[in-house]
Design a protein around this ligand. Structure first.
Ligand SMILES: Cc1cc2nc3c(=O)[nH]c(=O)nc-3n(C[C@H](O)[C@H](O)[C@H](O)COP(=O)(O)O)c2cc1C
Length: 358
């Protein structure tokens, strides 16, 4: 019996396996709205039956976007773009649909990778905010330090986006508190130099992210899961680290968090990442063991047996794949063949499922 293909419940949601399509920015939205690209991209990834397919980082305001081509959930037009994808998945697939609500903080107002990446200028630039007026790197825009009014606007933007997600019938929300974006910038002492109640001690640095969590939890239906993606470490001496992540996961659990999606890095250009297969899995394992919270492991998980071992060994409850799904959209079918599982196969593709070419 495969652990990877066993069901799991998150609040009122039953998932049919432990395989998750990780959020992946597509830099293809127009004014924050999904279009044909998103329909084909996320739609086709659901056709091999991952239990959850996450939309890419979905920003809570135009200024919160990483780039001017990123997805948002702040306008009626944005809602209509996502709705089309949701309609496809409901009609033709079985995956549950997640959105990853995000604010890019000091890493907003950049360019899509294929337009050169890095800070935008001219018509594609917009003002950026962060806990402290510290640029991500030399040559990057210096953010304005958030005051209470600015923080309240962001809290209400998250709430408004969560309400839109509910209206769309989204199944699950993940708050993007990782990869050096706004919430992570509050957590890390490298990017948070505040002297008020939002900076300094760990308790203070956790305050704004926890407030965001509480505000979203309060409006997101009781039966629906709400989780958080964190960076478990900055990979920089003196930065946010695994010990603090464990405490943070505990504080989130107390507030009703249903899962932690355990990633790492992204806060500082000085990071030294030791990336090898499953390199972030030990972070998930420790958080799960010490806090007793459901976790998703992510990062360089590519082989079915590797994924099976992570779940069967109790290092995580689920695994998320990003690049693996881009390379092998039917990864779930191959994993089912290798491990003995029954994946969702659309009727239209049944003949393909039975055919092996090697
Ligand atoms: C094209 C691409 C876009 C990504 N965009 C996001 C994103 O929107 N939000 C996020 O949390 N991580 C994002 N990531 C990171 C992935 O979700 C994942 O954590 C990372 O790629 C490691 O998993 P992998 O080894 O399976 O690719 C992105 C990764 C890729 C390859």
């Amino acid at each position: 019996m495969s652990s990877l293909f066993s069901p799991i419940a998150l609040r009122g949601l039953t998932l049919e396996n432990r395989i998750v399509v990780s959020p992946m920015c597509q830099y293809s939205s127009e004014d924050g709205s999904a279009n044909e690209w998103h329909l084909v991209h996320l739609g086709h990834l659901t056709l091999s039956g991952p239990s959850i397919a996450f939309f890419e980082a979905t920003h809570v305001s135009p200024q919160a976007r990483i780039t001017y081509r990123d997805l948002g959930l702040y306008s009626d037009e944005n809602e209509r773009g996502i709705e089309r994808v949701v309609r496809f998945v409901r009609a033709w697939a079985r995956s549950k649909i997640g959105v990853q609500l995000a604010h890019a903080g000091r890493k907003a107002s950049t360019l899509p990778p294929w337009e050169g990446g890095g800070p935008a200028s001219g018509e594609h630039a917009y003002p950026i905010v962060a806990p402290s007026a510290l640029a991500y790197d030399t040559g990057w825009h210096v953010p304005s330090e958030l005051d209470e009014a600015g923080m309240e606007r962001i809290r209400s933007d998250f709430v408004a986006a969560a309400r839109r997600a509910e209206r769309l019938g989204i199944d699950i929300i993940e708050l993007h508190f990782a990869h050096g974006y706004l919430a992570h910038e509050f957590l890390s002492p490298l990017s948070n130099h505040r002297t008020d109640r939002y900076g300094g001690s760990l308790e203070n640095r956790m305050r704004f992210p926890l407030e965001l969590f509480e505000r979203v939890r309060a409006v997101w239906p009781e039966r629906k899961p709400l989780g958080v993606r964190i960076s478990a470490t900055d990979w920089v001496e003196g930065g946010w680290n695994l010990d603090e992540s464990v405490v943070f996961a505990g504080a989130l659990k107390q507030r009703g968090c249903d899962f932690i999606d355990v990633s790492s890095g992204g806060l500082s250009p000085l990071q030294k990442i030791d990336a090898h297969p499953g390199y972030q899995v030990p972070f998930s394992a420790r958080i799960k063991r010490e806090i007793g919270i459901t976790t998703i492991a992510v990062g360089a998980i590519t082989r079915p047996q590797q994924a099976e071992a992570i779940v069967a060994g109790g290092e995580a409850d689920m695994v998320a794949l990003a690049r693996g799904f881009l390379r092998y959209p039917r990864w779930t079918w191959d994993a089912a063949d290798a491990l003995g599982g029954e994946p969702f196969v659309p009727n239209q593709y049944l003949r393909g499922r039975k055919t092996r070419f090697e």
